[in-house]
Design a protein around this ligand. Structure first.
Ligand code: ZN
Length: 169
């Protein structure tokens, strides 16, 4: 089932999510809904908090469904390694219409459980490293806008407030 995606400003997006206790059929249904919602958007990643579920679950597919082996499901993920630096444009399904340059490590290794509860380790470089870190941020209540500083952040926040006042956010 495709679920509505929450937008920047809604409480669940700005609070840390809780670990999943057990891989139940409900959790697997959540994963399936997240995959469907990500592909429908379309996007390269989606965290459970973005559909209003405060659990540490995210899905990523930098091929957006073109290569089945690219689909990554992460439950209770943690970083094993992060290094290097990349400075690229980034967007978010919860902040539609906005992009910004966000510095992040160029490489990230993440370990977590997959949909069946098996431990998986994924190494990402470039776009995949960025997507993994973007989704990990969501699980801690951090949206990419929160990583911006100074005038770049002010500009986006002011435009979001304007949209909100106009009832268009
Ligand atoms: Zn996002």
């Amino acid at each position: 089932m495709i679920r509505p995606i929450l937008k920047y400003g809604e409480a669940v997006l700005h609070e840390p999510a809780a670990p999943v206790e057990d891989i139940t059929p409900e959790v697997q249904q959540l994963v399936d809904d997240m995959i469907e919602t990500m592909y429908a958007a379309p996007g390269v990643g989606l965290a459970a908090t973005q559909i209003g579920v405060p659990l540490r679950v995210f899905v990523v597919d930098i091929s957006v469904g073109r290569r089945p082996e690219d689909l990554i499901v992460m439950i209770n993920p943690e970083f094993l390694e992060r290094d290097g630096l990349q400075v690229e444009e980034e967007g978010c399904l919860s902040v539609p219409g906005f992009n910004a340059t966000v510095p992040r490590p160029a490489r990230a290794v993440v370990r977590g459980l997959d949909r069946e509860g098996q431990m998986r380790t994924v190494e990402g470089i470039g776009l995949l490293a960025r997507a993994l870190q973007h989704e990990m941020d969501h699980l801690d209540g951090v949206v990419f806008v929160d990583r911006l500083r100074g005038i770049k952040r002010d500009l986006i926040v002011r435009r979001l407030q304007k949209l909100k006042r106009a009832g268009r956010w």
